[in-house]
Design a protein around this ligand. Structure first.
Ligand code: MG
Ligand code: MG
Length: 275
């Protein structure tokens, strides 16, 4: 059986940049639109418009049975939430996941925001910290990738960061993945510690790293819609994700507008544009 190598050529890595850029632009627009009263469907429509304008198409819509550009997961919904017409409420913690396919290559990224609520400052503070810790753990994992020999070092770094942050849990039922011609490819990327060492980290590896972090038990269930992954104890959740390329001269975050410069700076890592 023919099996494509998980390592891409320098040409392929360059070819993946437009998909990463379209993903970043679509998510930036979605983020801009998150306000009290806006809906997940508003974000979904806007994200698709951006992706189409940039010459791509939604890769989420290519998933069998899924008909939206984004997943929008609110409060105790962790991932795979279906965009709907319910207005966002003040204080909500909203995770948005999306991706674009451009010229047959894929991008995949996610972020979380907390909507301000002047009446509930403590709720907003705890949810904001959850999102910041999750984002921090993502960047810690990406920084680890820059120097890793094996992919398990990414999960080690993420889990260590989360442990240091306090009472949080990382979902283990859902993992990151290689990305390229398909949105989900080998190898799996564990966002937590595992025994196996994982794939060798060398030029040509492109992975989506995506810690899903909860302020409670990591036990989840799937809602009756067949998609939405929700915490069993109703705890808040956050999800951050980037698609990252390893190349001859360093790493480049394909789905960050600055290649990851700002996010990696605290870890002393400088991303290098794909040559
Ligand atoms: Mg994603
Ligand atoms: Mg993903």
């Amino acid at each position: 059986m023919f099996r494509r190598s998980i390592y891409k050529s320098a040409h392929d890595l360059r070819a993946m940049r437009p998909a990463g850029a379209a993903t970043a632009a679509a998510l930036a627009e979605a983020r801009r639109l998150i306000t009290p009263g806006a809906t997940g469907l508003d974000l979904d429509v806007a994200a698709e418009r951006i992706i189409t304008a940039l010459g791509g198409r939604s890769n989420f819509k290519l998933e069998p049975g899924y008909s939206h550009t984004l997943c929008v997961s609110v409060d105790d919904d962790v991932v795979h939430g279906i965009p709907n017409d319910r207005p966002f409420r003040p204080g909500a913690i909203v995770s948005v996941d999306g991706g674009a396919e451009v010229d047959g290559w894929n991008g995949d990224s996610a972020f979380t925001v907390v909507i301000p609520d002047p009446e509930r400052p403590e709720l907003v503070a705890s949810r904001t910290r959850l999102s910041q810790v999750t984002e921090g753990s993502l960047w810690r994992g990406i920084a680890a990738l820059a120097t890793a020999r094996r992919l398990n070092e990414v999960g080690d770094a993420i889990e260590e960061y989360i442990e240091d942050a306090g009472e949080y849990g990382i979902l283990t039922e859902y993992v990151g993945h290689g990305i390229g011609r398909s949105m989900h490819e080998e190898p799996p990327v564990f966002n937590y510690r595992v025994d196996r060492r994982g794939a060798a980290v060398r030029p040509g590896l492109v992975v989506a790293i995506e810690p899903m972090v909860v302020a409670g038990s990591i036990e989840t269930f799937i809602r009756d819609d067949g998609w939405t992954v929700t915490t069993s104890d109703g705890a808040d959740s956050a999800h951050w994700e980037h698609s990252v390329a390893v190349h001859d001269d360093g790493i480049w975050v394909l789905t960050a507008e600055d290649g990851g410069a700002a996010g990696l700076a605290p870890f002393g890592i400088v991303p290098v544009a794909i040559p």
